[in-house]
Design a protein around this ligand. Sequence first.
Ligand code: SAH
Ligand code: SF4
Ligand code: F3S
Length: 494
Amino acid sequence: MSEQTSSKVDFSKYFQPPSLKDARRRRRQAVQIINDFSIPEDMAAIGRGKQYLIETYGCQMNEHDTEVMAGILEKMGYHETDDPKLADVILINTCAIRENAENKVFGHIGTLKTLKLEKPGLILGVCGCMAQEEVVVNKILAKHPQVDLIFGTHNIHRLPQLLKEALFSKEMVVEVWSKEGDIVENLPQSRRGHFQAWVNIMYGCDKFCTYCIVPYTRGKERSRHPEEIVQEVRELARQGYKEITLLGQNVNAYGKDLPDLENYGLGNLMDEIRQIGIPRVRFTTSHPKDFDDHLIEVLAKGGNLCEHIHLPVQSGSSDILKIMGRGYTRERYLELFHKIKDAVPNASFTTDIIVGFPNETDEQFEETLSLVRECEFDGGFTFIYSPRAGTPAARMKDNIPMDVKKERLQRLNKLMDEFSAKSNAKYQDQTVEVLVEGESRKNPEVLSGHTRTNKVVNFRGPKSLIGELVKVKITNAKMWSLNGEWQEETQGVR
Ligand code: SAH
Ligand code: SF4
Ligand code: F3S
């Protein structure tokens, strides 16, 4: 462990701060596919008899990155533990999307100081999206010398080398590449789920919504080759996985950057995956701007493609959408929404909404409420706008007081809840297919899972059903979940 301060680290060598100008230029650069991941010989058994713990914040992308880091650590002999006191390596995989997400992480890093004092050999690492931010790295260097290692989202494949440096060097090891990102194939993965799996189809984001940090923390949009994806999904099917979720920040832009495939998009990919024997296929996150007709046609074919669309709208006001840089108007969103709804009957829709964007007027907020009334969303995530350093919106002067923003959020949540209850009520007395994911969090006697439309269903049944697709008759539709009875005689029938 070092008493390192920023002045002793040759910072410029490892860290390239995010820059909007550079990021915009990056689209023209070619993506490199790296296929030669390996673990240095002297690190191959370094983890024998040792344990690791990874704490994950943020979105599914981070959850999946954690699976990759776990895979790498296990290849070096480490075993997983859920007890921080027993861990020899603790990695905190962070999220930078809003300020409160960051505050949580800093609070947590603070509490790990005592652990580090008790066990000086412990390696404490900070990675994920916060590590891509210069302010965060500087703050850790200045205030949290208990941290041994900081690495960015583009440096995950270098974990063995970085861990080696951290183990044998006296200085805090910092490696954050702001280069726009390559695609590293063939990384080990230690999947957390045995019947549900994440599959990355693309990385990064080029949308540059004016409030959002992701294009800076995750690099430019780059698609994995369909052959790699199809091969991974086939392997998951062979292993008996029941559900996969195709992942990307803006999955509808899939394929646009693939040089050897013209006009190959998410619709084409889903059409291929539709023919693989895996019972459920989901995808997230959709961006309304790039959601094309071909994808709608393919989704309408049903089969293993689940009827749930997460379609973040962010605001119901065209003026706000414009300042957010979303690339669609309220009318375009509604047109797309209805087109999908017509093509995919029974589809459920969820969304993301930001309230209190700089200078959002009462009228503009009312437009968001009226859009929610028109769409009657099944559910969604709602947020108060949080300025992110380096993004264009963070430089906008904002005249809306926080208590007004909080009140808007409450009103919006109340409305969203009403529609959640209304959409759930439609399931009363219906029999639905549920993928049984485990015991319910509140009551271990009760099993819990999701419908194809992504509704939570709780019911009683033997534990042997975990991991199975079963039929459940809904007996009590509540606001956020459905209670039901297992229809034993139809077990296994889809
Ligand atoms: N790629 C996805 C969103 C990923 S971030 C998409 O474009 O839909 C998840 C959600 O966080 C966003 O949809 C947005 O609603 C919210 N979000 C992002 N940046 C935010 C910020 N600065 N303040 C508040 N909410 C934000
Ligand atoms: Fe952020 Fe917009 Fe990209 Fe989504 S599409 S990750 S909100 S910049
Ligand atoms: Fe957070 Fe990074 Fe995901 S900022 S939402 S973990 S891409």
